[in-house]
Design a protein around this ligand. Structure first.
Ligand SMILES: [Zn+2]
Length: 287
Protein backbone atom coordinates (compact mmCIF):
# COMPACT_ATOMS: atom_id res chain seq x y z
CA UNK A 1 0.00 0.00 0.00
CA UNK A 2 2.74 2.36 1.06
CA UNK A 3 4.88 1.55 -2.00
CA UNK A 4 1.89 2.16 -4.38
CA UNK A 5 1.28 5.52 -2.77
CA UNK A 6 4.97 6.35 -3.12
CA UNK A 7 4.90 5.36 -6.83
CA UNK A 8 1.86 7.60 -7.38
CA UNK A 9 3.61 10.55 -5.77
CA UNK A 10 6.67 9.97 -7.97
CA UNK A 11 4.47 9.75 -11.09
CA UNK A 12 2.66 12.97 -10.12
CA UNK A 13 5.95 14.69 -9.55
CA UNK A 14 7.18 13.55 -12.99
CA UNK A 15 4.01 15.04 -14.57
CA UNK A 16 4.55 18.35 -12.72
CA UNK A 17 8.18 18.38 -13.89
CA UNK A 18 7.13 17.79 -17.51
CA UNK A 19 4.58 20.61 -17.25
CA UNK A 20 7.19 23.00 -15.83
CA UNK A 21 9.59 22.11 -18.68
CA UNK A 22 6.77 22.60 -21.20
CA UNK A 23 5.94 26.07 -19.75
CA UNK A 24 9.64 27.06 -19.76
CA UNK A 25 10.02 25.99 -23.42
CA UNK A 26 6.87 27.95 -24.35
CA UNK A 27 8.13 31.11 -22.57
CA UNK A 28 11.58 30.82 -24.22
CA UNK A 29 10.01 30.33 -27.66
CA UNK A 30 7.65 33.26 -27.07
CA UNK A 31 10.47 35.60 -25.99
CA UNK A 32 12.68 34.48 -28.91
CA UNK A 33 9.75 35.02 -31.29
CA UNK A 34 9.14 38.51 -29.92
CA UNK A 35 12.85 39.40 -30.24
CA UNK A 36 13.00 38.09 -33.83
CA UNK A 37 9.78 39.95 -34.71
CA UNK A 38 11.10 43.17 -33.18
CA UNK A 39 14.35 42.84 -35.17
CA UNK A 40 12.46 42.16 -38.39
CA UNK A 41 10.19 45.18 -37.85
CA UNK A 42 13.24 47.36 -37.12
CA UNK A 43 15.06 46.05 -40.19
CA UNK A 44 12.05 46.76 -42.41
CA UNK A 45 11.63 50.26 -40.92
CA UNK A 46 15.32 51.02 -41.46
CA UNK A 47 15.17 49.77 -45.05
CA UNK A 48 12.17 52.03 -45.73
CA UNK A 49 13.83 55.09 -44.14
CA UNK A 50 17.10 54.45 -46.01
CA UNK A 51 15.26 54.53 -49.32
CA UNK A 52 13.02 57.47 -48.38
CA UNK A 53 14.08 60.81 -49.91
CA UNK A 54 15.14 63.37 -47.34
CA UNK A 55 12.88 66.39 -46.89
CA UNK A 56 14.07 69.53 -48.77
CA UNK A 57 14.30 71.38 -45.43
CA UNK A 58 16.72 68.82 -43.98
CA UNK A 59 18.70 68.68 -47.22
CA UNK A 60 19.06 72.47 -47.09
CA UNK A 61 20.50 72.17 -43.56
CA UNK A 62 23.09 69.59 -44.73
CA UNK A 63 23.99 71.87 -47.63
CA UNK A 64 24.24 74.97 -45.47
CA UNK A 65 26.02 73.55 -42.41
CA UNK A 66 28.22 70.70 -43.66
CA UNK A 67 30.60 71.76 -46.45
CA UNK A 68 32.00 68.22 -46.58
CA UNK A 69 28.53 66.94 -47.57
CA UNK A 70 28.62 69.22 -50.62
CA UNK A 71 31.82 67.50 -51.77
CA UNK A 72 30.46 63.97 -51.58
CA UNK A 73 29.71 62.14 -54.82
CA UNK A 74 25.96 62.00 -55.55
CA UNK A 75 25.71 58.30 -54.62
CA UNK A 76 27.22 58.94 -51.18
CA UNK A 77 24.98 61.97 -50.67
CA UNK A 78 21.85 59.85 -51.23
CA UNK A 79 23.24 57.18 -48.92
CA UNK A 80 24.00 59.73 -46.22
CA UNK A 81 20.49 61.20 -46.42
CA UNK A 82 18.98 57.74 -45.85
CA UNK A 83 21.31 57.11 -42.90
CA UNK A 84 20.32 60.46 -41.37
CA UNK A 85 16.62 59.50 -41.75
CA UNK A 86 17.26 56.33 -39.72
CA UNK A 87 19.51 58.05 -37.17
CA UNK A 88 16.97 60.78 -36.44
CA UNK A 89 14.14 58.28 -36.06
CA UNK A 90 16.07 56.32 -33.42
CA UNK A 91 18.14 58.77 -31.37
CA UNK A 92 16.89 61.28 -28.84
CA UNK A 93 18.32 64.79 -28.48
CA UNK A 94 18.26 66.78 -25.27
CA UNK A 95 19.27 70.41 -24.84
CA UNK A 96 21.36 71.39 -21.81
CA UNK A 97 22.22 74.83 -20.41
CA UNK A 98 19.42 76.49 -22.37
CA UNK A 99 20.29 74.94 -25.77
CA UNK A 100 17.24 74.69 -28.02
CA UNK A 101 16.86 71.43 -29.95
CA UNK A 102 15.51 71.95 -33.45
CA UNK A 103 16.01 70.40 -36.90
CA UNK A 104 19.08 72.59 -37.49
CA UNK A 105 20.84 71.05 -34.47
CA UNK A 106 19.66 67.49 -35.09
CA UNK A 107 20.41 67.32 -38.83
CA UNK A 108 23.80 69.03 -38.50
CA UNK A 109 24.93 66.52 -35.88
CA UNK A 110 23.35 63.48 -37.56
CA UNK A 111 24.76 64.45 -40.97
CA UNK A 112 28.32 64.38 -39.67
CA UNK A 113 27.88 61.34 -37.42
CA UNK A 114 26.43 59.28 -40.28
CA UNK A 115 29.44 60.02 -42.53
CA UNK A 116 31.20 57.41 -40.38
CA UNK A 117 28.58 54.82 -41.41
CA UNK A 118 28.68 55.27 -45.19
CA UNK A 119 29.34 52.19 -47.35
CA UNK A 120 29.36 49.87 -44.33
CA UNK A 121 27.18 47.29 -42.61
CA UNK A 122 26.08 49.25 -39.56
CA UNK A 123 24.20 48.90 -36.29
CA UNK A 124 23.70 52.70 -36.08
CA UNK A 125 25.71 53.31 -32.89
CA UNK A 126 23.77 50.63 -30.93
CA UNK A 127 24.82 51.73 -27.44
CA UNK A 128 23.75 55.32 -28.03
CA UNK A 129 20.24 56.50 -27.22
CA UNK A 130 20.63 60.18 -26.31
CA UNK A 131 22.74 63.08 -27.55
CA UNK A 132 23.01 65.96 -25.08
CA UNK A 133 23.80 69.36 -26.58
CA UNK A 134 25.16 72.40 -24.74
CA UNK A 135 25.25 75.84 -26.41
CA UNK A 136 29.03 76.15 -25.93
CA UNK A 137 31.94 74.43 -24.20
CA UNK A 138 30.84 73.19 -20.82
CA UNK A 139 32.34 72.12 -17.54
CA UNK A 140 32.05 68.35 -17.03
CA UNK A 141 31.14 67.24 -13.51
CA UNK A 142 33.29 64.47 -12.03
CA UNK A 143 32.45 62.06 -9.23
CA UNK A 144 35.24 61.88 -6.64
CA UNK A 145 35.51 60.44 -3.14
CA UNK A 146 34.37 63.89 -1.92
CA UNK A 147 31.29 63.86 -4.18
CA UNK A 148 30.68 65.68 -7.47
CA UNK A 149 33.16 68.41 -8.43
CA UNK A 150 33.68 70.62 -11.50
CA UNK A 151 36.15 68.99 -13.91
CA UNK A 152 37.62 70.01 -17.26
CA UNK A 153 36.02 72.34 -19.80
CA UNK A 154 34.92 70.20 -22.73
CA UNK A 155 33.76 70.45 -26.35
CA UNK A 156 32.25 66.98 -26.21
CA UNK A 157 32.47 63.50 -24.79
CA UNK A 158 31.33 59.97 -25.54
CA UNK A 159 30.34 57.60 -22.76
CA UNK A 160 31.11 53.91 -23.14
CA UNK A 161 27.62 52.68 -22.22
CA UNK A 162 25.58 55.68 -23.08
CA UNK A 163 25.28 59.14 -24.46
CA UNK A 164 27.30 61.54 -26.52
CA UNK A 165 27.60 65.11 -25.21
CA UNK A 166 28.42 67.96 -27.61
CA UNK A 167 28.91 71.73 -27.48
CA UNK A 168 26.89 73.26 -30.33
CA UNK A 169 29.46 75.99 -31.10
CA UNK A 170 32.14 73.28 -31.47
CA UNK A 171 29.84 71.24 -33.72
CA UNK A 172 29.32 74.17 -36.14
CA UNK A 173 32.95 75.31 -35.88
CA UNK A 174 34.22 71.81 -36.64
CA UNK A 175 31.84 71.38 -39.57
CA UNK A 176 32.70 74.76 -41.13
CA UNK A 177 36.45 74.25 -41.26
CA UNK A 178 37.00 71.12 -43.32
CA UNK A 179 40.77 71.41 -43.59
CA UNK A 180 41.99 71.63 -39.99
CA UNK A 181 41.54 67.95 -39.11
CA UNK A 182 39.38 68.86 -36.13
CA UNK A 183 35.76 67.89 -35.98
CA UNK A 184 34.12 67.15 -32.64
CA UNK A 185 31.29 65.07 -34.15
CA UNK A 186 33.70 62.80 -36.06
CA UNK A 187 35.77 62.58 -32.90
CA UNK A 188 33.02 61.62 -30.45
CA UNK A 189 31.18 59.30 -32.81
CA UNK A 190 34.37 57.44 -33.71
CA UNK A 191 34.64 56.79 -29.95
CA UNK A 192 31.16 55.26 -30.19
CA UNK A 193 32.40 52.95 -32.98
CA UNK A 194 35.46 52.07 -30.91
CA UNK A 195 33.27 51.35 -27.84
CA UNK A 196 30.82 49.12 -29.75
CA UNK A 197 32.69 45.98 -28.57
CA UNK A 198 32.69 47.22 -24.96
CA UNK A 199 36.31 48.42 -24.88
CA UNK A 200 37.64 51.91 -25.59
CA UNK A 201 40.99 50.74 -26.93
CA UNK A 202 41.31 52.31 -30.37
CA UNK A 203 40.19 49.14 -32.15
CA UNK A 204 36.62 49.16 -33.46
CA UNK A 205 34.91 45.99 -34.70
CA UNK A 206 36.79 45.05 -37.87
CA UNK A 207 35.57 43.06 -40.84
CA UNK A 208 37.46 39.85 -40.10
CA UNK A 209 39.82 38.37 -37.53
CA UNK A 210 42.72 38.75 -39.91
CA UNK A 211 42.28 42.54 -40.00
CA UNK A 212 43.12 42.98 -36.30
CA UNK A 213 46.80 42.05 -36.62
CA UNK A 214 47.52 44.67 -39.32
CA UNK A 215 45.36 47.23 -37.52
CA UNK A 216 47.28 46.75 -34.26
CA UNK A 217 50.65 46.83 -36.04
CA UNK A 218 49.99 50.01 -38.02
CA UNK A 219 48.06 51.97 -35.41
CA UNK A 220 50.35 51.18 -32.49
CA UNK A 221 53.44 52.10 -34.56
CA UNK A 222 51.88 55.43 -35.59
CA UNK A 223 50.62 56.05 -32.08
CA UNK A 224 54.13 55.69 -30.70
CA UNK A 225 55.51 57.93 -33.44
CA UNK A 226 52.95 60.60 -32.55
CA UNK A 227 53.85 60.31 -28.87
CA UNK A 228 57.54 60.89 -29.69
CA UNK A 229 56.77 63.86 -31.94
CA UNK A 230 54.31 65.38 -29.45
CA UNK A 231 56.98 65.15 -26.73
CA UNK A 232 59.38 67.11 -28.95
CA UNK A 233 56.63 69.63 -29.75
CA UNK A 234 56.69 68.78 -33.47
CA UNK A 235 53.62 69.41 -35.62
CA UNK A 236 52.17 66.48 -37.57
CA UNK A 237 49.09 65.70 -39.70
CA UNK A 238 47.51 64.35 -36.53
CA UNK A 239 46.63 66.56 -33.60
CA UNK A 240 48.87 65.92 -30.58
CA UNK A 241 45.82 65.04 -28.46
CA UNK A 242 45.91 61.70 -30.29
CA UNK A 243 49.07 60.87 -28.33
CA UNK A 244 47.20 60.72 -25.01
CA UNK A 245 45.63 57.24 -25.44
CA UNK A 246 45.02 54.64 -28.19
CA UNK A 247 41.28 55.50 -28.18
CA UNK A 248 42.10 59.18 -28.70
CA UNK A 249 44.54 58.23 -31.46
CA UNK A 250 41.77 56.47 -33.41
CA UNK A 251 39.40 59.44 -32.92
CA UNK A 252 42.02 62.02 -33.95
CA UNK A 253 43.09 59.86 -36.93
CA UNK A 254 39.44 59.68 -38.05
CA UNK A 255 39.18 63.48 -37.98
CA UNK A 256 42.34 63.84 -40.08
CA UNK A 257 41.32 61.03 -42.44
CA UNK A 258 38.15 62.90 -43.40
CA UNK A 259 39.46 66.46 -43.26
CA UNK A 260 43.13 66.15 -44.28
CA UNK A 261 43.09 63.05 -46.47
CA UNK A 262 45.71 64.23 -48.97
CA UNK A 263 48.25 65.07 -46.27
CA UNK A 264 47.52 61.85 -44.42
CA UNK A 265 47.88 59.71 -47.52
CA UNK A 266 51.18 61.42 -48.37
CA UNK A 267 52.73 61.45 -44.89
CA UNK A 268 51.18 58.38 -43.20
CA UNK A 269 50.11 56.12 -46.12
CA UNK A 270 49.80 52.93 -44.05
CA UNK A 271 47.45 54.61 -41.57
CA UNK A 272 45.42 56.10 -44.41
CA UNK A 273 45.10 52.64 -45.96
CA UNK A 274 43.90 51.06 -42.70
CA UNK A 275 41.25 53.75 -42.23
CA UNK A 276 40.24 53.53 -45.86
CA UNK A 277 39.70 49.77 -45.46
CA UNK A 278 37.75 50.26 -42.25
CA UNK A 279 35.54 53.19 -43.32
CA UNK A 280 35.19 51.90 -46.90
CA UNK A 281 35.78 55.47 -48.06
CA UNK A 282 38.53 57.19 -50.02
CA UNK A 283 38.20 60.88 -49.08
CA UNK A 284 41.18 61.82 -51.27
CA UNK A 285 38.81 61.42 -54.20
CA UNK A 286 36.51 64.15 -52.93
CA UNK A 287 39.06 66.37 -51.16
ZN1 LIG B 1 38.26 61.75 -27.32
Amino acid sequence: MKSRLWRRTVEQWEIVKLRIIYVIICVVLLVAGLIIRRRMVRKARRRRLLAEPMTPEWKAILDRNIPLYQRLPEELKRQLEGLVNVFLSEKRFEGCGGQEINDEVKVTIAGQACMLLLNRETKYFPRLYTIYVYPATYVARQLTSNGWIDGQTRMGESWRYGPVVLAWNSVTGGANNIHDGQNIVFHEFSHQLDQEDGAADGAPILESRGCYATWAKVLSAEYEKLQRKAKKGRKTVLHRYGATAPAEFFAVATEAFLEKPKQMKRKIPELYEELKNYYKLDPVEWA
